[in-house]
Design a protein around this ligand. Sequence first.
Ligand SMILES: Nc1ncnc2c1ncn2[C@@H]1O[C@H](COP(=O)(O)OP(=O)(O)OP(=O)(O)O)[C@@H](O)[C@H]1O
Ligand SMILES: [Mg+2]
Length: 283
Amino acid sequence: MLLASTATARVTQRVISIATASQKGGVGKTTICVNLAYSIARRGWNTLLIDTDPQGAVGLSLARSTRVRPGFYDYLGGHPTLTDLVLATRLPEFSILPAGQYDNIMRLGVQFFDVARRVSDLQRAARLAGYHVILFDTAAGLTGVTEGILKSVDYAILPQQSEPLAVRSVPHMLETLARFRSEGAPVKVAGVLLSMVMEDSPTSLQVARELRQVLPPDLMFKQSIPRLPSFLEASAHGVPVALLRQNPPPEAFLFDQIAAELETRVGLNRQQDHGYRHASLLD
Ligand SMILES: Nc1ncnc2c1ncn2[C@@H]1O[C@H](COP(=O)(O)OP(=O)(O)OP(=O)(O)O)[C@@H](O)[C@H]1O
Ligand SMILES: [Mg+2]
């Protein structure tokens, strides 16, 4: 029973918003967002995955038909309500806001400096709608709409490929976020998440080791994501890896561990303490 939620309903006072972001394209942001959002939802948090990539990467990956639906960009462009843009999934705690029609915000002339305000509106609407976690999948780069998103979310996850230039690109990302904070943005680093680690490549493993030596231990997720064909296969079929087969491959459970780590990193556990102690095994 992969689709039924086994988790207990959570009680929370606010919504925690998290964006994945990277300077470079193709580092695994969308793969991380889809799989992580699914795992967070499976842990009982009402989770809204928002596709903010004008290419509609999440939508394309999960359901080809979402390409023509209104979504995030329509909300940015002034669509008054959030809930009618959101797609339910077969997992009740997991919803998706597709990218929608990017051209709309261009046509209406919404400037990039409006994005942060509108994303804050979206977060308020999401809280009222009962979401606990919002996960933004962004397009590569830290400017434009992505800059506006990063300036209004609570946390950023920084996916990082385990390759030689990584040791230089992580500080650049951290400096950019520090600058946003100095300008008054609330964004904190949820963590650097190593992705596409090639476990049979000495270079890839060496870079992963170096990054762990150079960066403060708290800054990096303990769990990293290996480069494995199942991730490619899952995105080709438009599903999280956990839904790829009846018996999911072991890597599907990596995202449960990352979700558990994320809960601690962003303080979801503290909220949970208000209304949740432990589950009972017998009822
Ligand atoms: N851990 C992995 N192992 C193998 N393939 C992966 C892994 N993560 C992602 N991929 C594949 O690599 C490609 C790029 O991944 P993805 O689309 O998640 O990156 P992205 O950072 O979102 O890219 P973009 O910047 O273009 O939005 C996709 O084809 C995806 O299926
Ligand atoms: Mg992407």
